[in-house]
Write a protein that binds this ligand. Structure first.
Ligand code: NAD
Ligand code: LMR
Length: 329
């Protein structure tokens, strides 16, 4: 039986993340090797021609699962009927900027996109915000889509999660596949808290296995939290292929479920769990099943972790207040 294609809307399609992302979506890595997709690309008018070039290349790759590509410079049309929306289009920071510096520049993009999702997306819409500052941009879009369940708006901390997996695997001398239950808490910013106290390596406590508090505080946490800036410094441009890869992982896990005995990190609307104020879009340990996520409950939070979670969540509250002042929510 031929399946109906899933409509995947990607904003910023002509950008660097878009270029790495679209081919992986079209090849079946986002939703599954048996799920046909129809791409709906949104760009600003000046970049539509470049998006058309990427669409030509997608056509030339002859992906069996790609059932069509439409290109728009109008959000209302791009999100019409969308089942999955990847909100990538936004300005990246350059050397010396903090992600918070992008609040004003990028926040304005997400209000009309939230409204367009509210007006025309499919009933099962799932939204992933990648464009920075991702958590607060997701909050802006969510606030302008009152008819869509808030749980459908998420922001990406999977890149931070993957970075933390890679650093911990190097330190412990194990494969990333032996690490479970790692968590990124809070904001996708330098205040984020990559937490190994609840993580396991081959079934044992990761923190006890590593047993190196100086490495944790002076190396692991800052390396993961400042990796975005280190990539910008080295590449002269912000991370793109790894960000696209994390976006694929995020949606794939959301749709297809987390493995038994493991969880992932996603920035989702807080229900007040772990003292994170209700309504903020903050990263949590999350399991997924049947296309729905739930925050892992009942974890004991030690004082070291508590202080770091509170600092990052405090930054999210400040960002929310700043966009409120700007009239964006
Ligand atoms: P880029 O500049 O290469 O591409 C951005 C694209 O978005 C451009 O083609 C631009 O024309 C388009 N765009 C701008 N405004 C738009 C709008 N209103 N509608 C549709 N398209 C629009 O940037 P990039 O490297 O692809 O990065 C995109 C965003 O992702 C940046 O904000 C970057 O900071 C962020 N990012 C997030 C993560 C994460 O982990 N959450 C990781 C890497 C990058
Ligand atoms: C990243 O984490 O690589 C991105 O969010 C880009 C940035 O500005 O750090």
């Amino acid at each position: 039986m031929t399946r109906t294609p899933v409509n995947v809307t990607v904003t910023g399609a002509a950008g660097q993340i878009g270029y790495a992302l679209l081919f992986r979506i079209a090849s079946g890595q986002l939703l599954g090797a048996d799920v046909p997709v129809r791409l709906r690309l949104l760009e600003i008018p000046q970049a539509v021609k470049a998006a058309e070039g990427t669409a030509m290349e997608l056509e030339d790759a002859a992906f069996p699962l790609l059932s069509g590509i439409d290109i728009f410079d109008d959000a209302a049309r791009a999100f019409d009927g969308a089942n999955v929306a990847l909100l990538v289009g936004a300005r990246p920071r350059t050397k010396g900027m903090e992600r918070g510096d992008l609040l004003e520049a990028n926040g304005g993009i997400f209000k009309p996109q939230g409204e367009a999702i509210n007006a025309g997306a499919a009933d099962d819409i799932k939204v992933l915000v990648v464009g920075n500052p991702a958590n607060t941009n997701a909050l802006i879009a969510q606030q302008h889509a009152p008819d869509v369940p808030a749980a459908r708006f998420t922001a990406m901390t999977r890149l931070d999660h993957n970075r933390a997996l890679a650093q911990l695997s190097k330190k412990a001398g194990v494969s990333v596949s032996e690490i479970r239950k790692l968590t990124i808490w809070g904001n996708h910013s330098a205040t984020q808290y990559p937490d190994i106290f609840r993580a396991e390596i081959a079934g044992k406590s990761a923190a006890e296995t590593v047993n190196d508090q100086a490495w944790l505080e002076d190396d692991f946490i800052p390396t993961v939290a400042k990796r975005g800036a280190a990539i910008i410094e080295a590449r002269g441009a912000s991370s793109a292929a790894s960000a696209a890869s994390a976006a694929i992982d995020h949606v794939h896990t959301w749709v297809n479920g987390t493995a038994e005995g493991d969880w992932t990190s996603m920035a989702v609307v807080s229900d007040g769990s772990y003292g994170v104020p209700e309504g903020l879009i903050s990263s949590f340990p999350v399991t997924t099943s049947g296309g729905e996520w739930s925050i892992v409950q009942g974890l004991e939070i030690d004082d070291f972790s508590r202080a770091r979670i509170d600092a990052s969540v405090g930054e999210l509250a400040e960002e929310r207040d700043a966009v409120r002042k700007l009239g964006l929510i």
